[in-house]
Design a protein around this ligand. Sequence first.
Ligand code: ARG
Length: 271
Amino acid sequence: MKMNKVFSGLTLAASVFMLAACGSDKGEDTSVSAIQDKGSITVAMNPEFAPFEFKTLVDGKDTIVGADVEIAKAIGEELGVEVKFSAMSFNNVLASLQSGKADIAISGISATEERKQVYDFSETYYESVNVVIVKKSELDKYTDTASFNGLSVATQKGSIQEAVAKDQLEGSKNVSLVQNGEMINELKTGKVNAVVLEKPIAEGYVAKNDDLAIAEITLESGDSDAYAVALPKGSTALKEVVDKVIKDLNDSGKIDQFVQEAYDLSVAEGE
Ligand code: ARG
């Protein structure tokens, strides 16, 4: 009798499991329900990218802040779940969606065609332009993209700036570094001649470093350079929620406000 009960319990569990498995075989989208069931959403980011994500002291505690953090919070609110941030180097941010370490990634990620093959992307929320940071004392030397011929140019590992520098700064040598702070230090100490970063990030570094400046040259931006939230492929239901949040934040001008506020905070910090 007892045996039987256990057995039928197991059979029931097994059939429920099989039903669930069949459900997902048919392509049932659990991208929202899975997050709501666990009560939290884990967001991957590389918090070394002011004004979008960076660490600062809030009430004496090391805290990740920035425009992307505000976007994440709005998504958490819409889903009714707690938001957890998972900090990592940028070259691991997208891969963390595949390994299931994170549910979404918000890290100033450019929604390129290449990345769209592997991940889903939300509506875009910020248009970016690439600029070149050099030493202020050498600013006159850099008049066009050919000025970097034979010189070393640092870019963040895994970022689109690697290709931007290689393709557009003719004849330059690419130095791929994991941390943005390291690129800036190498520039200040003369180990590299230039750093390619997107404009608001570059402006933040220049505002905090008197010896640096933005070169007066124009880099082309691809039409897929705008930032978007990255999701695991096939997260249709979750993308719908994220798109709605992004649309509201875009329409209300909130994103611009988040970027401005975070920029002011990050620049004031270094003083
Ligand atoms: N927009 C660039 C890219 O997607 C750089 C992003 C770097 N983000 C960061 N948090 N470090 O490749």
